[in-house]
Ligand binder design. Structure first.
Ligand code: ADP
Ligand code: MG
Length: 582
């Protein structure tokens, strides 16, 4: 029945396809606009790239209602001469590419000549520019020029884009809330500001300054201006010449991680690109240092001879192809790994980077108060020789013998006669998660004798107010102090030493989520449990192993960590005999 209906519907539609006509120019522009302009953030990206191409040293960005109603980008660059104003809005009009050969070595951000025409096709644009000829203003709405006249303005260019998608309601419907669109704009400005430390960026949202970078060329200062001290002091310099590839930038220490790849910014020949191979290479360099769901942070610049890179893959120009992927992969991985190994060996780290304050914070210690001081688990350990034994209470709890720790990461045991290999991090994570749920995280919160000040990036700072209740439920009580800082008055006791990272990670996870009660709280609990748990690679004392296993063996859902990964691998005698062909 359904199939029949679908077929008739299709036949009915077919008659519409019979005549082939050329599309009119405005329609072509609107379709092309769809490829370049997806949302306010794409407009901001194109306008900023134009301003950067124009040699600007100072850029101002202002948005209202997430950029949907209003976007303004002002620069102090070369400007557009009166005679070129109309041409700048024509499709495929560009001053940056002349011959086909130029396509092979693109050094400007723009080159397709599509942005201004695409933006103007779906909004109301006003462009003021002064290329040293006094200044002019052109207005274009829905692709039609409304006016073009002399108007004195300072040198440079200002573009104002109003009412995005006002004439394409179908596209406007796809826009998300102004907060989400504003976050996308923020991400875009941040990416460009970080990849252009030599340019000063000033970003305002609803008339309030979000951040301003100095433009003095120091990448670390840009990171400081945008993300604040607590983030920036965990960054390390990277620099390596690898054949004809130059790798430079900043990477996060292994204790600065995200749950997604948003903290990974790559610029190839100064162009921000997205490329899974680059992320894979960066992550490969951290192998063994992070948990499986943790993603490293990095702002990486790759300078590669232009003829080895193709950026003309997609209209948004964020995709990139390399003629020699393998070498690029190795260059990045080697550069990053080399720095990480230096901090693993503290003798050689630190002094090279005097502006990076060394932190005394170490990974979360195992001795979370509620574990060391608590004896409320039922399986009581009996220590016999080198073996730790847990006598099973007769309620189905397995009996466990612990033989020891392997590679500071796994606990090797006998569980009800089978050989068991327990992932110490996953087991502890499950324990802490259950503990937080059962006792309500808020009750486990501890007031700090000396409140801690934490600098947060502006997008996360916003959440401190809007998610105040959820934060309190997790045990975080904090107040905003000034433009960049929060004061933490109490926090969950579970994250000894890791409370700031946990807070940032929780806010980061919440940033793009809708306010859905349970799920929001649960994602926070998982992060707390993860941060509070012992890590792989951490040597445990016998006493700690005893407590961990003793508590784990009686905890609910013990075979899976809160993220659903298995905690324990077991193999029985028969399987082992078969494996060894006995
Ligand atoms: P593209 O950047 O690919 O050349 P655009 O449509 O973005 O195409 O811009 C068209 C042309 O308008 C550019 O080539 C440049 O000459 C001019 N232009 C646009 N924005 C600016 C600006 N902010 N300053 C100076 N020139 C600009
Ligand atoms: Mg452009």
């Amino acid at each position: 029945m359904t199939i029949f209906c679908a077929m008739t519907a299709q036949r009915g539609r077919k008659s519409k396809l019979s005549k082939i006509k050329l599309l009119d120019r405005h329609l072509i522009d609107k379709i092309a606009a769809g490829e370049v302009v997806e949302r306010p953030a794409s407009v901001v990206k194109e306008l900023l790239e134009n301003a950067i191409d124009a040699g600007s040293t100072y850029l101002e960005i202002e948005i209202r209602n997430g950029g949907i109603d209003y976007i303004q980008v002002s620069d102090n660059g070369a400007g557009i001469e009166e005679g070129d104003l109309v041409m700048a809005f024509a499709r495929h009009a560009t001053s940056k590419l002349e011959t086909e050969d130029d396509l092979l070595s693109i050094e400007s951000m723009g080159f397709r000549g599509e942005a201004l025409s695409s933006i103007a096709a779906v909004s109301q644009v006003e462009l003021h520019s002064n290329a040293g000829d006094g200044g002019h203003c052109i207005r274009v709405e829905g692709g039609q020029m409304v006016s073009c006249q002399a108007a004195p303005v300072p040198p440079g260019t200002t573009v104002i884009v109003r009412n995005l998608f006002y004439n394409t309601p179908a596209r406007r419907k796809f826009l998300k809330s102004s907060v989400t669109e504003g976050n996308h704009v923020y991400d875009t400005v941040v990416r460009l500001a970080l990849t252009h430390p030599e340019i000063s960026f000033c970003f305002r949202n609803e008339h309030r300054q979000v951040f301003m970078t100095s433009g003095n060329g120091d990448l670390w200062e840009v990171a400081l201006a945008i993300f604040g001290r607590d983030f920036s002091r965990r960054l390390l310099d990277v620099q390596l010449q690898y054949g004809d590839i130059m790798v430079s930038g900043l990477i996060g220490r292994p204790d600065l991680t995200r749950k997604n790849r948003k903290g990974q910014i790559f610029a190839v020949n100064s162009r921000v690109v997205r490329n899974p191979m680059l992320s894979a290479s960066l992550e490969d360099a951290y192998r063994g240092m992070l948990l499986s769901q943790e993603r490293p942070v990095g702002i990486i610049f790759l300078t590669i001879p232009p003829e080895q890179v193709d950026v003309n893959v997609h209209p948004q120009k964020t995709e990139v192809r390399f003629s020699d992927e393998k070498t690029v992969y190795m260059a990045l991985k080697t550069a990053v790994r080399q720095e990480l190994l230096k901090i693993a060996n503290p003798d050689t780290a630190g002094e090279r980077y005097p502006h990076h304050e060394q932190t005394s914070e170490v990974g979360t210690s195992f001795s979370s108060p509620h574990i060391t001081h608590s004896n409320d688990y039922r399986a009581q350990p009996v220590v016999s020789g080198d073996l730790l034994l847990f006598d099973a209470p007769d309620d189905g709890t397995p009996s466990i013998k612990v033989y020891g720790q392997w590679q500071d990461s796994y606990l090797i045991c006998e569980i009800d006669g089978d050989l068991g290999i327990i992932d110490q991090h996953a087991a502890h994570e499950r324990l802490l998660y259950n503990h937080l749920k059962e006792n309500s995280a808020e009750r486990l919160s501890q007031e700090l004798a000396v409140p801690v000040a934490v600098e947060l990036p502006p997008d996360l700072l916003m959440l401190v107010e809007s998610r105040r209740e959820s934060l309190a439920e997790l045990g975080y009580h904090l107040d905003k102090l000034g433009e960049r800082t929060v004061v933490v008055r109490s926090m969950p006791t579970i994250t000894v030493g890791g409370e700031v990272e946990a807070l940032i990670e929780i806010l980061d996870a919440w940033r793009d989520q809708l306010p859905a009660g349970e799920a929001v709280l649960d994602s926070g609990l998982k992060i707390l449990a993860c941060k509070g748990a012992v890590k792989a690679g951490q040597r445990l004392e016998e006493r700690e192993i005893t407590e961990l296993i003793g508590r784990w063996v009686v905890t609910e859902n013990r075979n899976f960590c809160p993220h659903g990964r298995p905690v324990c691998y077991t193999i029985n005698r028969t399987e082992m005999d078969r494996l060894l062909k006995r």
